[in-house]
Design a protein around this ligand. Structure first.
Ligand code: SIN
Ligand code: MN
Length: 202
């Protein structure tokens, strides 16, 4: 049995295949309006391996100037499309929050992409949880404590899984070590989509 730190919830297989396929259609519609782009690391300007876009009133962006939430797509300058209703339903069902999410970050990982260990702390609201949905190829997800030097552990996330970082784990370090190529047939060209729902304002 894997014992997770307090406030970290992993719900394997929460979404069945049909729900996953419907969500992929929703995300395709989002990406048609708000194309995936490659964000850059602050200062160095080095591109991340993950491509990103957002939906919701606010979107999370990274560029040479830093990390922040903003109302517009950094390349097209258009407002972000709204969050698909079925994602809002998942948030309302699982988080116990009375208000809907304000931001949904869409991460796309090809088979070589990964995400270094980090905390989600650009939100002014750190009391609402972060809810993430995995679609497509499996990945190795790593998490630790609220300080970088604390030990970490990892587990596999499959298509349809949900992870919630809340309570004492809201600021837990986490990242994606690797993608397992060709472990899902959900996305016709392979890869992994991660959707991260958050409230930004208190
Ligand atoms: C993230 O921390 O932004 C993404 C986590 C994931 O891809 O599962
Ligand atoms: Mn994160």
């Amino acid at each position: 049995m894997l014992v997770l730190p307090k406030g970290l919830r992993h719900i394997p297989g929460h979404l069945d295949r049909e729900q996953q396929a419907s969500l992929v259609e929703d995300i395709r519609a989002v990406v048609r309006q708000a194309p995936l782009y490659r964000p850059e690391m602050p200062r160095s300007g080095k591109p991340l391996s993950v491509r990103m876009t957002n939906c919701g009133e606010l979107g999370w962006v990274a560029d040479k100037r830093g990390y922040r939430y903003q109302e517009r797509h950094p390349v097209t300058d258009a407002p972000w499309p709204s969050i698909p209703a079925r994602l809002i339903d998942i948030w309302m069902d699982l988080t116990g929050e009375s208000r809907p999410p304000q931001a949904c970050l869409v991460n796309f990982y090809d088979e070589t992409a990964k995400m270094g260990l980090h905390q989600d702390r650009d939100e002014r609201n750190l009391s609402s949880p972060v809810l993430s949905v995995s679609l497509g190829d499996a990945c190795l997800f790593r998490f630790g404590g609220t300080e970088r030097r604390q030990p970490t552990r990892s587990f596999r996330l499959e298509s349809g899984d949900i992870v919630i970082l809340g309570g004492e784990s809201r600021l837990a370090f986490h990242g994606v070590d690797r993608i397992y190529p060709a472990t899902s047939t959900l996305l016709k060209d392979g890869g992994r989509i991660n959707l991260t729902l958050r409230r930004v304002d208190p």
